[in-house]
Design a protein around this ligand. Structure first.
Ligand code: GLC
Ligand code: GLC
Length: 810
């Protein structure tokens, strides 16, 4: 069952009912100011950091769900409704919500009043703009009251939800007839405030939530709104909010536009005040002015759309498969950009108060946006490398506001350093800019400790080399990519963090997955080192790659089961092999080791793919492991703490399915690659939205597996590495467009139904127009600007900006 439809021309998903199985959200903002917005107008805003600069309040785990947000009420002779349906839940005569690229719009109506609302964060300002248009579609004149309201958060979202003894005494605002300024704590140590502005002078206002709602009411029935009045309350403690009231009369056919701006302003410490206790509003007023007219708002919205058009023009495919094109050209790239901006910080499932930026997650996210915003990718790589230690290990996370490593989590995830090599390679291959390797980059952010980024890559690899276990395979440490495979944790106390507790690290537990990573990224590094003339380093790493590859072929493959083993635990027992009672096979090494080409000459990759399809495949993709653990295994950790078929214990973890898709491409199995790609790609499963439940336009972290009672139900949408890796599988695997050091490789792996494919790709400032004629067979003829060439890699020629490439497969 569907709850809406895609509108590809406008790059929107159109939600046709407020009754979606879960709130279906979108993200507004492209730089520092961000908002989350659901299809019922819920959500919240923050500046840069969802924990430390929360502007509006949101209540997670609330009942009823999702009632914090932007509140636009209409009281039409006692019928009270919201443009976005919640919080009043009044049935609407019509409802539509369109989630577009960084904007969301609503269109609803009730009793002859038509309401439109468009919400976006402009490119250049720290604010969310909401444009409201109200039209009287009835035959008679209409008089009603309109309310626009937001609830402020006291900036630090954790303190806001904890420290009531202090923060219920702080609230301060200033008010004029257009704007409420929220200045709590501004008089002492904060140099910033928020405001809520209305383009038309209001007829009444409220700023005290207790007064506005009335003591016993919720947001579904504020006393001011139900009475059709305002109390003109001035908050001085408890809960600050902003509400503007308008008494409106519209003639038949008449429209009234109102613009609201939720803004954030920082002032220099010596320019904070206009007069004693009166905040300096210069910047705020300049911002308000820019959005005070319809023309200003329309122009800003157009700029935003132009920005997205320009970005997405860099990679466009036309395959004849509408759903594939929709994912490729719109939604998958969009989700990659959102994960770039949010990391794992703020979603409807990540509260924005916990994880900062993850080392591993951020390195992988980068693979999905480096072609769109390479400069930002460069910056990100340096930020990430700066939390590394001199022995190559690294903090697992950092806070975006100060960029310092997070000491609470610390280090010890042995996959982390290798992701840095992968991310840097992707950047250099995309841009050709090897100068990034020379950038002096500190360790643990300590001034004076800087070494060229190149050295960071080298020590990342050395870290694996220096930390091998009894089988010559890399030690796993606290965990590798699979955060829940905690082989040194041995946790028996409730509340202990599986990620940080190590009760039994004997330096024995090994990871075959990290072996796959080392072989893949180590080989990449060898190519890079040779390319820039560091022959000695190349030789050294090449030798080590060989050693780990041999160790994997010898001890990392289950020759009875016919697939890669997952790990060795602290007793050197196999994990994820046919010898195990449960958890006999894991997906991660099948994908990654095949991708790395380990044992290719012996056909190990082919076998691993066969086994994955045999044991792991369900209706939604390949499950993470099979069969799931039914009891707690102290020697395995968190993975066995989840119900069977859920999360890492045997769900389809969308993040690692693309590794297998890509592995299928490496092994030249286009049909299987496409089969797997389609199973979890949002556009292909839209009509199962009632089962899948999360948004049908983005990936979620997981989809419950066969052993779960909620088989097919997805969880944790938006902020997941699934976005990036699915895009990499789509663009580099199936479409076969792979940036290489020397040029752009074109090596498609297309299913037979894609007979004619065109692609537009911007690469190092040049434009590639690629046409592929796909007939059965594996031989490709490549013609570049009229000349046939033997290599699949198209090298750039000085002075030539346009490349017309025709590939004929036969
Ligand atoms: C989550 C984490 C990611 C980890 C994955 C598997 O998605 O963000 O770092 O690799 O789970 O455990
Ligand atoms: C839990 C989750 C995992 C996540 C980790 C870190 O272990 O299962 O997906 O990566 O927490 O937050």
């Amino acid at each position: 069952m569907k709850f809406g439809h895609f509108d590809d021309r406008n790059r929107e998903y159109v939600i046709e009912t407020p009754h979606t199985p879960l709130p279906w959200i979108n993200y507004l903002g492209t730089d520092d100011f961000h908002s989350l917005i659901s299809n019922t107008c819920g959500g919240y805003s923050f500046y840069k950091d969802a924990k430390l600069r929360r502007i509006t309040r949101y209540r997670y785990n609330n009942v009823p769900r999702d009632v914090s947000g932007r509140f636009y009420y209409i009281n039409d002779k006692g019928t009270i409704w919201n443009i976005g349906y919640l919080p009043t839940k009044t049935d609407l005569d019509s409802y539509e919500c369109r989630h577009g690229l960084s904007y969301t719009s609503f269109h609803s109506s009730k009793n002859g009043l038509d309401a439109k609302l468009t919400c976006f964060v402009p490119l250049k300002d720290n604010c969310e703009v909401n444009l409201v248009s109200l039209t009287n579609t009835s035959a008679k004149s209409k008089t009603f009251t309109f309310y626009a309201a937001v609830e402020f958060c006291l900036y630090n979202a954790v303190d806001d939800a904890n420290n009531y003894q202090r923060n219920l005494n702080l609230a301060e605002v200033e008010i004029d007839d257009h704007t409420v300024y929220h200045k709590t704590e501004y008089r002492e140590r904060r140099n910033h405030y928020a405001f809520f502005y209305g383009s038309v002078a209001h007829d009444g206002f409220d700023t005290d939530r207790n007064v506005f709602l009335g003591l016993e009411n919720g947001w579904d029935a504020p006393e001011a709104v139900t009475k059709g009045i305002s109390f003109n309350s001035v908050v001085h403690d408890y809960y600050p909010m902003a509400c503007h009231r308008y008494d409106i009369t519209l003639k038949p056919g008449e429209t009234k536009n109102l613009i609201f701006v939720l803004g954030y302003v920082e002032n220099n410490p010596d320019e904070k005040w206009e007069a004693k206790n009166v905040i300096n509003k210069t910047k705020a007023q300049a911002m308000q002015k820019r959005y005070s007219t319809l023309a200003g708002v329309t122009a800003a919205l157009k700029d935003l759309k132009d920005y997205w058009d320009a970005l997405l023009d860099k990679f466009v495919v036309k395959t004849g498969d509408e759903k594939f094109d929709r994912m490729a050209n719109i939604w998958n790239q969009y989700q990659c950009m959102v994960t770039y901006m949010m990391s794992r910080s703020a979603s409807y499932y990540e509260t924005g108060t916990g994880r900062g930026m993850g080392f591993r997650d951020s390195c992988q996210d980068l693979l999905g946006f480096v072609h769109l915003i390479p400069d930002k990718a460069k910056e990100r790589i340096i930020d990430i490398a700066s939390i590394q230690f001199e022995d190559g290990s690294t903090y697992h996370q950092y806070q975006p506001l100060d960029k310092k490593g997070n000491a609470d989590i610390g280090s010890g995830f042995n996959d982390d350093p290798l992701w840095l090599v992968g991310a840097t390679m992707a950047y250099i291959r995309e841009t050709g800019d090897t100068s990034i390797l020379d950038i002096p980059t500190p360790f643990n952010n300590v001034k004076g400790s800087e070494k060229p980024l190149y050295d960071h890559l080298m020590i990342s690899l050395m870290h694996t080399i220096n930390n091998k276990g009894p089988h010559g395979l890399p030690l796993i440490g606290r965990a590798d990519w699979n955060d829940c495979l905690n082989l040194n944790c041995f946790s028996t106390k409730d509340g202990e963090s599986f990620q940080t507790v190590e009760n039994n690290d004997t330096h024995v537990a090994e990871s075959v997955f990290i072996a796959g990573m080392f072989v893949l990224y180590g080989s990449d590094f060898v190519e890079l080192a040779n390319y820039i003339g560091k022959k000695e380093d190349a030789k050294l790493i090449e030798k080590e790659v060989k050693a780990i590859e041999e160790a994997t072929v010898k001890s990392g493959f289950d020759y009875d089961g016919g697939y890669f083993i997952r790990a060795y635990d602290a007793y050197s027992h196999e994990v994820g092999s046919s010898k195990c009672e449960e958890g006999k096979i894991f997906i991660e090494p099948q994908g990654f080791c095949t991708l790395a080409g380990i044992g290719k000459d012996k056909g190990l990759g082919k076998k691993a793919i066969d086994a994955s399809f045999k044991y792991l495949l369900d209706d939604w993709g390949c499950e993470l492991l099979y069969p799931p653990y039914s009891t707690y295994h102290v020697e395995l950790g968190e993975i066995s703490s989840y119900p069977q078929g859920v999360k890492e214990n045997g769900a389809v973890f969308n993040h690692n399915n693309p590794w297998l898709t890509m592995a299928c491409c490496v092994e030249k199995e286009p049909e299987r690659a496409f089969q797997l790609y389609r199973l979890n790609a949002p556009a292909y499963i839209e009509d199962k939205s009632d089962i899948h439940k999360t948004e049908p336009y983005v990936y979620s972290q997981m989809i419950a597996g066969r052993f779960s009672k909620s088989y097919g139900q997805a969880k944790n949408s938006w902020l997941t590495g699934s976005a990036t890796w699915s895009f990499v599988a789509l663009s580099e695997g199936i479409m076969g467009i792979r940036p290489q050091l020397t040029g752009l490789e074109i090596d498609p792996c297309l299913p037979k139904e894609m007979t004619d494919v065109t692609m537009e790709r911007t690469f190092r400032g040049c434009h590639f127009h690629i046409h592929v004629s796909n007939k059965p067979g594996n031989k490709a003829t490549i013609i570049v600007n009229g000349k046939e060439q033997a290599s699949k890699i198209v090298t750039l020629v000085k002075g030539i900006k346009d490349y017309d490439v025709s590939v004929t497969m036969a």
